[in-house]
Design a protein around this ligand. Structure first.
Ligand code: KG4
Ligand code: ZN
Length: 375
């Protein structure tokens, strides 16, 4: 193995250009972020290719197809980002990639390409936690938050409330004990015949439905727990949908549009109510006055509207990533890498042996300083 050289950001006089590559699931994302001293890093350009259409035929993500498609997309996207930012590969100072969690084969594509590029350019490389990317994605918006804040992280695989005191300083307040909120959207949508990915489709249909039409469970609302449970919801949705199908003498997907819309609206209302109430509880328990929402479900309009309304009355500021940066993208990976380097939480190194971490709890990357207080 070659000599290891660690990049010390603060010793560098010039701006530092970070290339970020995301390939953890069904979106290939590449972005270029520039670090200028201690200022908030700036997004120069980003490009995204979504594989949704390819996976739609199968009703969900097919891991092997995802990996193969990442291979096809990642270099053209990198070229596009460099062109859009008016930079060349020689301008890249650090290469960052999503190290996990995610699909092993898909992650390996991003990690392999990132390390090969870095090796060819003799630049340092660093692996980023996908959820930290989501968590820090609101810093890419024009209305960036300030630390500390409560973060509601709601993606396809995770539902967590966290206290965030700085980069790498995360304290888990509560999380789902079974399905994630995004999974509840996706699985309910599938039951209603809305295809994949179900979240956006279900929320679109919900707009014309009555959220009180069906009684659905809101688990773990009692007491002061900040944990979530969504596994029971899909079963309850299925029971209601089947009852309707029996009454209409048809299959669930053939139900009249109004009935499907009522089912969708009731499902969304159940998920959103729990997310809003738990977020408010976390704010109350921590005494913090700032909430950051990140992850795919953060794109949900109803969730945004209700959080905004509830928080406004309590003097709480809510921050979101820009809508198009809620779901997976390269910008959040380049940004998280830039912020970790800038804060001294992590260094990039010229060691090009890589691994990926398909399962990787966010607690595992909490900074040493923070550990005694949290655990
Ligand atoms: O963060 P993300 O892109 O991927 C993961 O890291 O998991 O989140 C994807 C999840 C999916 O479950 C998708 O259905 C959900 O976010 N989602 C939504 C909306 N847009 C995406 N759920 C509800 N309403 C939306 N508008
Ligand atoms: Zn994600």
């Amino acid at each position: 193995m070659g000599q290891s050289h660690h990049l010390n950001l603060h010793a560098m006089a010039k701006d530092v250009c970070v290339l970020g590559i995301e390939s953890s699931c069904d979106e290939t994302g590449v972005a270029l972020v520039e670090v200028r001293g201690r200022e908030l890093p700036v997004l120069l350009a980003h490009a995204l290719y979504s594989q949704i259409e390819m996976h739609q035929a199968y009703g969900g993500v097919v891991p092997e197809l995802a990996s193969r498609d990442h291979i096809r997309r990642v270099l053209p996207l990198t070229q596009q980002v460099l062109t859009d930012a008016a930079r060349t590969l020689a301008d890249v100072d650090v290469v960052a990639f999503t190290r996990g969690p995610g699909l092993a084969g898909a992650l390996l594509v991003g990690a392999g390409v990132a390390c090969a590029l870095a090796a060819a350019l003799s630049r340092p490389v660093l692996g980023v936690h996908h959820l930290e990317g989501h968590l820090l994605s609101p810093f890419l918006s024009s209305d960036a938050p300030e630390f500390p804040f409560v973060a509601l992280l709601v993606s396809g695989g995770h539902t967590q409330l966290m206290r965030v005191d700085g980069v790498g300083r995360y304290q888990m307040l509560g999380e789902t004990i079974d399905d994630a909120a995004g999974e509840a959207f996706d699985k309910s949508a599938k039951l209603l015949g809305l295809g994949y990915p179900g979240g956006p489709a279900l929320s679109r249909l919900a707009q014309s439905g009555n959220p009180q039409a069906f009684k659905l469970p809101r688990p773990l609302l009692q007491g002061d727990t900040l944990d979530f449970s969504f596994a029971g919801l899909k079963t309850a949705v299925m029971v209601q949908a089947r009852k309707c199908a029996t009454a209409w003498n048809c299959t669930v997907d053939m139900l009249p549009q109004e009935v499907l819309a009522d089912l969708a609206a009731s499902t969304q209302a159940a998920i959103v109510e729990v997310l809003v109430k738990k977020s408010l509880r976390a704010l109350r328990q921590t005494g913090l006055k700032r909430l950051v929402v990140a992850g795919g479900v953060g794109a949900n309009r109803d969730l945004r509207a209700q959080l905004n309304a509830q928080c406004a009355g309590r003097g709480v500021r809510v921050h979101y990533p820009e809508l198009h940066l809620c779901t997976d993208n390269g910008a959040m990976i380049a940004m998280a890498a830039a912020m970790r380097l800038q804060s001294g939480q992590q260094s990039a190194s010229e060691v090009y042996a890589f691994d990926v971490k398909p399962r990787w709890p966010l607690d595992a990357i909490v900074s040493e300083k923070m550990q005694p207080q949290c655990f």
